[in-house]
Design a protein around this ligand. Structure first.
Ligand code: NAD
Length: 734
């Protein structure tokens, strides 16, 4: 048997070992070729009498990350092509067959009459874990690197190769739904406890264990193919089922606001599938899968959250002619809230950190943050004391700037004060080497003007982190007017080393993320000023897919910060640059009432140990109170998304954003822009530029110039262009 992606051998006991090891790839993925070869192997094992059964393992450090999503996402365009050339019915048949082919292959393996066992080490996710689930026996290594799971939901898909049906037959329905909805990566011990795998063993023993199982007469029948099989939660239509399904529906609504068709399809596939025998259940799953694959939500999420995100992380924006920088030592000046977080993620990535603050006590306080975070990890069983010791040993906390000598990169995170920053830049410059890159974490000061304090402005750049640093995945890398390629390459190498996602933004007020998000918060303020009930503003925002409402978000970042930014904008850009209704609201909240947000326990919400609640006094601040029933809800949700998307479109016109992928990825990772849309530009593209411009004009007529579409959008609307068509990032790269 000639195979390219696998090695196949049979031992003296007649037990075959299929080792998945794709040439020229660091990770195995499921491609058309892999599927063809696997089908050949199944046929061979089933048809060769001398072969008793087969163990599937990987020749790489991980098992596999799953299906090649670019292959899956190419099915949509192929379908549309065929609709034109062959008609709707033939195109649909092609689409259904293609999207069901992996599921059918796995079912063939499961029912071929010979036992298959999966021996898994490392990552085994998505379609790869569905392969393991279709094997009759699964043994996984006890390594820290081993993770199994079905994360498809995170890119707007669901496990369509039997995953929903097999998982729902292995555990209680409620647990299965939770696993499928969350898409978490599951550790070995937990996988065993959930009944997802049969055994956990040291890495060197997994293949032997799988072999032993076959040798001892392991059954070639999955439990659900054995006569008399009962679902773990029994029948769907039963008193027990009634305890599961109505709440499951409610949870689905609460968690998704009905914005994620894939989550609904999971619910439907499991509900219907559990009432059917396996073969029919798999057909039901395939039908839903074919439907989901064609949804704009899946297309947008795959593009932004898988393809673009991956490309940006791998250095799509990195200047190719700068050799990779090996960052060994990073300096961080300012060990406050942000500096402490940056120190932690850097040390966690194995970098040596010099953490400087004004005195030893302040520097130590910053380092103590890492101690706290690691202790939390230890408490949760995710780290050992030795890991904490090793991480802390990599952080040198000191008030002595001389310790910054030898750093490849220095990140400043001191007070947001031009004079303080200038002084710090000067002091750092005195001690660092000529090639060291200097990065500022400022959130509001222009990088180009800060760079004027630095003797080598080409080596000065912005790295804008989001808080809390250890949780937020995005870093905005800000290019000053004179920032050079080596600074950009170093900053991107640093972001990659600490495993975050970078977007590259040209210097401007608010950079990218804050510009968009401040508009979102302002829209909430203005709605409140107009008399919209506060609860309605917050609920509409969540309904349209934002993680938190604008008022709640403002409470998190602090109302006095919003007030300060407003005052600074007014000072720099003039009275007309701000909205007096917003100013009046913030003045009342911050200056008159000292309601600063979560940080002092009172903002738009009241905070108590038991939770938070919208502050009832808000209604008294409203001069007009609109009747909730009379408010156009669609207009509220349009305003909340359009005001952000419009700002994103402006950043493209102003060349603050030069790659459309970055606007979309940055918006989802930076401030949670409704992920099912694929990001603000994908949102506009889906609606159509013409329709979006019309919407903005309608909103501008009613609510003011902040909704006025910019020149770029109007020109794109006239020509019928989309962002991904006009600014196709792949065409630019080619
Ligand atoms: P912070 O007040 O918590 O920390 C600032 C730290 O800088 C303090 O520990 C202070 O002692 C230290 N410091 C001040 N002057 C110093 C000097 N001369 N030498 C050494 N250390 C000095 O502030 P923060 O929230 O961590 O913000 C720091 C920077 O990060 C600011 O530029 C801010 O705009 C930016 N930023 C903040 C956030 C956020 O959410 N807080 C987000 C992104 C960026």
């Amino acid at each position: 048997m000639k195979l390219t992606n696998f090695r196949f051998e049979t031992d003296a006991d007649g037990i075959a070992l299929l080792t998945w090891d794709m040439p020229e790839r660091s990770m195995n993925v499921i491609t058309q070729d892999v599927m063809k070869e696997l089908a050949k192997v199944v046929e061979h094992v089933a048809g060769t009498e001398a072969i008793k059964g087969c163990v599937i393992t990987s020749g790489k450090d991980a098992f596999s990350g799953g299906a090649d999503l670019t292959m899956l996402s190419s099915l949509g365009p192929e379908y549309r092509k065929r609709v034109k050339s062959e008609g709707e019915e033939a195109a649909m048949r092609f689409f259904f067959d293609a999207s069901a082919s992996l599921s059918q292959l796995y079912r063939k393996l499961e029912t071929c009459g010979k036992p298959f066992a999966a021996a898994v080490h490392g990552t085994c996710l998505g379609g790869a874990f569905e392969l393991a689930l279709s094997c009759h026996y699964r043994v996984i290594s006890d390594s820290d690197k081993t993770r199994v799971g079905l994360p498809e939901i995170k890119v707007g898909l669901f496990p369509g190769a039997g995953g929903t049906q097999r998982v729902a037959r292995l555990m209680q329905t409620g647990d299965a739904l939770q696993m499928l909805f969350k898409g978490d990566q599951i550790k070995p011990a937990q996988a065993k406890a959930m009944n997802l795998v049969h055994a956990v063993a040291p890495r060197e023993e997994i293949v032997a264990k799988a072999r032993e199982w076959i040798k001892a007469g392991g059954s070639a029948k999955a439990p659900w193919d054995v006569e008399g099989f009962k679902n773990p939660s029994n029948k769907v239509h039963s008193p027990a089922g009634m305890m599961i399904w109505p709440p499951a529906n409610a949870i689905y609504r609460r968690e998704t606001q009905d914005n994620y068709p894939a989550a609904k399809a999971i619910l439907q596939a499991v509900y219907e599938g559990l009432q059917l025998p396996m073969d029919l259940a798999l057909r039901v799953e395939s039908r839903y899968f074919a439907h989901i694959l064609r949804t704009p939500e899946a297309a947008a999420m795959i593009r932004s959250l898988f393809i673009s995100k991956g490309e940006l992380e791998k250095g799509a924006r990195r200047p190719a002619d700068v050799p990779p920088t090996k960052i060994r030592r990073v300096g961080i000046v300012g060990a406050g809230f942000m500096g402490a977080g940056i120190a932690y993620v850097s040390a966690q990535a194995g970098l040596n950190v010099v953490l400087v603050d004004r005195d030893q006590e302040a520097a130590d306080k910053g380092k103590a943050y890492s101690h706290k975070l690691m202790s939390d990890q230890i408490m949760k069983g995710r780290a050992k004391t030795a890991d904490r010791d090793a991480l802390l040993a990599r952080i040198h906390a000191t008030p002595d700037y001389n310790a910054l000598k030898g750093c490849d990169l220095v990140v400043e995170a001191v007070f947001e004060d031009r004079a303080v920053k200038a002084e710090v830049i000067r002091k750092v410059q005195e001690v660092i080497g000529r090639r060291t890159i200097f990065a500022s974490n400022t959130s509001t000061l222009p990088i180009s003007s800060l760079a004027e304090n630095f003797a080598r402005p080409s080596q000065f750049i912005g790295v804008h982190f989001f808080s809390p640093v250890e949780k937020m995945l995005l870093v905005e890398v800000i290019m000053g007017r004179r920032t050079g390629d080596r600074a950009l390459a170093t900053a991107l190498d640093f972001v990659r080393a600490i495993r975050k996602t970078p977007i590259v933004v040209n210097d401007c007020r608010g950079f990218f993320a804050n510009r968009c998000v401040l508009n979102y918060i302002r829209e909430g303020h203005l709605m409140l000023a107009e008399g919209v009930p506060a609860a309605m503003i917050e609920n509409m925002a969540k309904k349209v897919g934002m993680p938190v409402g604008p008022l709640s978000l403002n409470d998190e970042v602090a109302l006095d910060l919003g007030w300060k930014i407003l005052q600074a904008t007014k000072k720099d850009l003039g009275e007309a640059s701000i909205d007096p209704r917003q100013e009046a609201l913030l003045k009342k909240m911050v200056v008159d009432l000292d309601r600063l947000g979560r940080k002092n326990g009172k903002g738009f919400y009241d905070y108590a140990p038991g939770g938070k609640m919208l502050w009832p006094g808000l209604a008294d601040l409203q001069k007009v109170k609109l009747d909730a029933d009379g408010i156009d809800r669609q207009e509220l949700v349009d305003r909340l998304l359009a005001v952000q998307a419009l700002e994103a479109a402006r950043t493209v016109e102003e060349k603050v954003i030069t790659d459309v992928r970055e606007a979309d990825v940055g918006a989802i990772l930076g401030f949670g822009f409704a992920p099912y849309t694929g990001g603000p530009l994908s949102y506009i593209d889906r609606m159509g530029t013409k329709a979006f411009v019309a919407l903005c004009e309608k909103l501008a007529a009613k609510h003011g110039d902040r909704f006025k579409p910019n020149k770029l959008l109007r020109s794109m609307a006239r020509k019928g262009e989309t962002f991904y068509g006009r600014f196709n990032p792949h065409k630019a790269a080619a």
